[in-house]
Design a binder for this molecule. Structure first.
Ligand code: 6PG
Length: 253
């Protein structure tokens, strides 16, 4: 299936980006629950999405989704305990999850703190397969939504430039050693990300402008710019960015 062109939406401020993201999140969730009885979403980590999660936990958005029908996953996680300050799980739990009525067995923390990270990645793949009611040997499922950020080196999730995980062609989730950080991560692979019905990148800040321009319009070199893997996405890809991250692109707001 040919990848659809991404939709780029440029907003004046980060707050406008978060509001737009909250509206899209809510619409996608509502449509998914209406169409197939549940909403499967993979959250992104880092600092950018925190304000979005806080918005979703507040009115009006928190009243617009039947949270009991939502399954939360993570697109990547650091190799730290759930209560560690660097944990993507902890950030989402504090800003969003603990304020919502989400069944505990619908919160699927990525176990990146286990000793055997390779086995833990397989276990997470089995956990995903169970929610989609498929075998973990099947082709990757279609998440209703995968939220992604982008680092100023062009990484997304924990798919960092020139790392092993970029060349994984079968598995949905893998452990990935990041030489520049000298630590391990667990991450969705591009096989899984590319199958999502919707991908929303949220990118703000001047420090992302140069790399964003390269990711969007530069030559296709995903080993150097992993966020370019989104060009292979089968579903709808949205880039929600602020004027600062848009840099040379003209603001359409
Ligand atoms: C992580 C994220 C990562 C993040 C980018 C951007 O675990 O750090 O999943 O992919 O989205 O690094 O991070 P900021 O939003 O902090 O700029």
């Amino acid at each position: 299936m040919k990848a659809a062109k991404p939709t780029i939406e440029i907003y004046a401020t980060p707050d406008d980006v978060y509001r737009a993201a909250a509206k899209k999140f809510t619409r996608i969730a509502h449509d998914a629950i209406t169409q197939h009885g549940q909403f499967t979403v993979a959250l992104s980590g880092g600092s950018t999405p925190q304000a979005l999660y806080a918005l979703l936990a507040d009115t009006p958005y928190c009243k617009q989704i039947d949270w009991r029908k939502v399954h939360f996953f993570w697109g990547d996680e650091r190799a730290v305990a759930a209560d560690h300050p660097d944990s993507n799980y902890r950030m989402a739990d504090e800003t969003l999850l603990k304020k919502l009525d989400v069944p505990q067995n619908h919160i699927h923390r990525m176990p990146a703190d286990e000793d055997d990270l390779n086995q833990a990645a397989w276990n997470y793949q089995h956990e995903i397969a169970e929610v989609f009611n498929i075998s973990s040997n099947d082709a990757p499922p279609h998440f209703d939504l995968i939220l992604l950020g982008m680092g100023d080196d062009g990484h997304t999730a924990s798919l960092f430039p020139h790392t092993e995980a970029l060349h994984e062609n079968v598995r949905w989730v893998v452990a990935n050693y990041i030489p520049k950080l000298d630590n391990w991560r667990m991450t969705f692979t591009s096989n899984l990300i590319s199958q999502a019905a919707h991908i929303i990148f949220i990118v703000t800040g001047k420090n992302k402008a140069a790399i964003f321009e390269n990711v969007l319009h530069g030559i296709y070199q995903p080993d150097q710019l992993p966020s370019q893997l989104a060009r292979k996405a089968c579903g709808k890809t949205f880039w929600l960015i602020d004027n600062n991250a848009a840099g040379a692109l003209h603001s359409n707001q």
